[in-house]
Design a protein around this ligand. Structure first.
Ligand code: IPM
Ligand code: MG
Length: 373
């Protein structure tokens, strides 16, 4: 029996293209694994009213980890219109499958390394080595949302917070509420993972990105817990910045930063900024990591207009494979793969359109395989 069972979820759009590139590389390194296809994506939403069917969750439970590429998502009304006629008008609501996966499997770390590879013409600077730890299950992604605001919820809020007076006279039908829910344990575990990573990889700082001067209770809880945890790591400095200022600092002095930790929504935003500093989403991979399961993905979306053309840059997907190998403990293979990717970028002989080239997705995979040899 192969050593690893890896769920295989290309999804749709260019997800399929970049997963084909991943397979070429995985076959070349001869990882001792079997790959179990699992249904996920827009076509399952249309045909079944669920982009993440229960059978996929069942398959994932039998696997060590999963590789996922990308899926299309659309706003509510459009999503409803694309359902097969039998499913329309039933009140089915599209919810992002990747967000559901993160929450269902309690994959509380979203690990997003953003490293500048030498020779990448899209680097903002060549001396960047950022690693974002994004909390991955709570905060504004908790999904506790209302519109209109239900009467009982409104009554409780009005009884509990004098600030609700500001909305007196506004019809409940005209109020939308999205709850930003943090737990103490949720704050602690993401911050701890960031510090552990910093220690293991020799980063001198962990930068906490929040907004406690305004969002006093949630950001405040994160900061208070982070300070306690930082005290256990005297060799690593805790830097605290507000998220707005951080956007500015990341453009002004990105080389000053290393490990960055933030809550779900702020981490989502900041990690896109970090990705762009090192060439854009074509170079950004994510590990959604829990205590005993993980899903690895490129950070980019499904880019439907390029689907099936095999023109997009597979580097983010290949870096997701690298993150997976690390997580599985296959460190030597992970290092070899990263070196091969770095060599292809440095030589610049095989380049997709985002890098000004005209080579295809699978050409890049083929070149990485040659460098592995
Ligand atoms: C990401 C994406 C997702 C997110 C979307 C696709 C739901 O932007 O992985 O960063 O918001 O987390
Ligand atoms: Mg995002």
């Amino acid at each position: 029996m192969p050593k690893y069972r890896i769920a295989w979820m290309p999804g749709d759009g260019i997800g399929v293209d970049v997963m084909d590139a991943a397979k070429i590389v995985l076959d070349a390194i001869a990882l001792d694994a079997e790959y179990i296809p699992a249904d996920i994506g827009w076509e399952f939403w249309r045909a079944e009213g669920d982009a993440l069917p229960q059978r996929t969750l069942d398959t994932l439970k039998t696997c060590d980890c999963a590789l996922f590429a990308a899926i299309t998502s659309k706003p509510n009304e459009e999503a409803e219109k694309e359902l097969i006629p039998e499913l329309q008008g039933q009140g089915l609501v599209y919810r992002s499958p990747i967000v559901r996966l993160r929450q269902t499997f309690d994959l509380y770390v979203n690990l997003r390394p953003c490293k500048a590879f030498q020779g990448n013409p899209l680097n903002f600077r060549d001396d960047l080595d950022l690693v974002v730890f994004r909390e991955n299950t709570q905060g504004l992604y908790a999904g506790v949302e209302f519109h209109p605001l239900p009467d009982d919820v409104r009554a409780v809020l009005e009884g509990a917070s004098p600030r609700m007076a500001a909305f007196q006279g506004v019809d409940s039908a005209d109020i939308a509420l999205s709850c930003r829910i943090f737990t103490r344990q949720g704050c602690q575990r993401i911050v701890r993972q960031a510090f552990e990573y910093a220690r293991r990889h020799g980063y001198p700082t962990v930068t906490l990105v929040e907004k406690p001067n305004v969002i006093r209770e949630t950001s405040g809880l994160m900061v208070r817990e982070a300070r306690k945890i930082a005290a256990e790591y005297p060799d690593i400095a805790l830097w605290e910045t507000n998220v707005d200022a951080m956007a500015m600092w990341l453009v002004k002095n990105p080389q000053d930063y290393g490990v960055i930790v933030s809550s779900n929504m702020f981490g989502d935003i900041i990690s896109d900024l970090c990705a762009q500093l090192v060439g854009g989403l074509g170079f950004a991979a994510s590990g959604n990591i829990g205590d005993d399961f993980a899903i690895f993905e490129p950070t980019h979306g499904s880019a439907p207009k390029y689907a099936g053309q095999y023109v997009v840059n597979p580097t983010a997907m290949l870096l997701a494979v690298k993150l997976m190998l690390d997580w599985l403990g296959e460190r030597a293979l992970a290092a070899r793969l990263e070196e091969a990717i770095a060599a292809v970028i440095a030589e610049g002989q095989v380049r997709t359109y985002d890098l000004g080239g005209s080579d295809g997705t699978l050409d890049v995979a083929g070149e990485v395989v040659r460098k592995l040899a």
